[in-house]
Ligand binder design. Sequence first.
Ligand code: ADP
Ligand code: MG
Length: 255
Amino acid sequence: MADDDIVLDARSLRKSFGAHAVLKDISLRVERGELVSIIGPSGCGKSTFLRCLNLLEVPDGGVIRIEDVRVERQSGRGWTRADERQAHQLRAHVGMVFQSFNLFPQYTVLENVMLAPRCVRRRPTGETEAVARELLYKVGLVQAMDRYPQTLSGGQQQRAAIARALAMKPAVMLYDEPTSALDPELAEEVLQVMRALDNEGMTQIVVTHDMRFARAASDRVLYVEGGEIVEEGVPDTMFAAPHDARTRRFLRTLL
Ligand code: ADP
Ligand code: MG
């Protein structure tokens, strides 16, 4: 496969907190347009993995390439200003969505979506507003665009957070348990948006406890335990006939 069909290529990522090796040797290549779900028990390193992909957490070792930006870490080497510049460029290709929405409470929904393109990318207001309105239409929030985040449902807030991330035109979207704080109906609104983005060809990596979504919507599922990818595969195989005993045990605990 041509290299530009691989949006994200992470090799041998390692991360410890003190003596605790949280990521042992994780590698992941994601094709353009893929929707990859990451599942696994709590504390196994899923959030740390996502945060390392975005360099919100600096891995101890490994290589991350997203589009044309490559960052290599070697143990024992410090984090230099040049590394930080590379990290900044890498993050520009990534949209991140958290469980807790993290909208700016003092700004309206529209302002939340316009803020980064205007302040970081220095795009003119007219252009950022047009893009923001289009994105809010896409996530079903045009009616709510002048409201403040705390007046919205959790599902609406999360859809606004997705629109805000999309406003920076990321090559890949990372979601860390985007529906875990939501009631099922509100979660469904968010999952619908993610399915629509998938249909448009967006590349997405989702840490989720929603096994129904992981099974129905993903191209590929990764099962992580103890800081390693224990098993990966197409959803039907992973859920109906997992190969590894650890995956089977985890899936049994969900029944
Ligand atoms: P998951 O998202 O799969 O529940 P996390 O990646 O949040 O797991 O955490 C994996 C492990 O790393 C946990 O044992 C957690 O306590 C530890 N951990 C995560 N972040 C930090 C940190 N900043 N400092 C120390 N330990 C951390
Ligand atoms: Mg987590």
